[in-house]
Design a protein around this ligand. Structure first.
Ligand code: SAM
Length: 207
């Protein structure tokens, strides 16, 4: 008997289609590694929307990896989607199966960097920079400050609520994130305004 351990993250219901639309401009063939997959709802939705790719989920939390597995089983994707990997961005090197590493075309991280310490953003770019080759992408989705200013009042309150949970969490400043990308050979290809004061940022490996 399969235990249903699926978690439901309400934001994924609201943002899956618009994030999928951004991905549809970029994704071709091969595999995509998702960092901080959470419940796994995005993973199964994107695997079904982009059947030509392999969507490799990951998360450091066991409860999330169990949810991801449960979603994969529930959506009958077990023959297509690999098991979620245990990846905490700062624990390097990330252990990625060879078949995924060899076909990797990009890395996606949704709503992760503001619920982790800044050192995790640094590690995300450093490891992605090692794994990805010229022309391959790293996409971040979430709220950002621009020129160190919140883009909405609701993001200001959200940022405060994050800092109450952990004073090292918080909405990141886009310019500082971009600096990290450059240090690791990426350039910022596009910034896309998304609903609810979020952004999708597309970084491309330049060298
Ligand atoms: C707000 S949730 C977002 C989950 C999912 N991406 C979504 O949009 O629903 C943040 C996720 O990042 C993961 N996370 C936190 N710190 C991390 C780290 N250092 N490395 C990788 N993932 C991390 C958490 O376990 C959690 O699943």
């Amino acid at each position: 008997m399969i235990l249903d351990r699926r978690l439901f993250f309400s934001a994924t219901q609201r943002n899956r289609d618009c994030i999928g639309d951004v991905l549809s401009r970029i994704i071709k063939k091969g595999s995509v590694l998702e960092i901080g997959s959470g419940s796994g709802e995005h993973g199964v939705v994107f695997q079904k929307r982009f059947p030509e790719i392999i969507w490799q989920t990951s998360d450091p939390e066991l409860i999330h990896r169990k949810s991801i597995r449960s979603w994969i089983e529930y959506e009958d994707l077990i023959k297509i989607m690999p098991r979620p990997l245990e990846i905490h961005v700062e624990k390097i090197p990330w252990k990625i199966p060879l078949r995924i590493a060899n076909s990797l075309q990009g890395i996606v991280s949704i709503n992760m960097i503001h619920v982790a310490e800044w050192s995790c953003t640094v590690a995300l770019f450093r490891e992605s920079g090692k794994l990805l080759n010229k022309g391959q992408f790293l996409i971040l989705y979430g709220p950002f400050k621009i020129c160190n200013k919140h883009t909405s009042e609701s993001n200001y309150f959200f940022d405060n609520s994050l800092k109450i949970q952990n004073d090292l969490w918080g909405i990141r400043n886009l310019e500082e994130v971009c600096d990290e990308s450059k240090k690791n050979g990426f350039y910022q290809e596009d910034i896309i305004s998304m609903p609810a004061n979020n952004f999708s940022i597309i970084y491309r490996k330049g060298s």
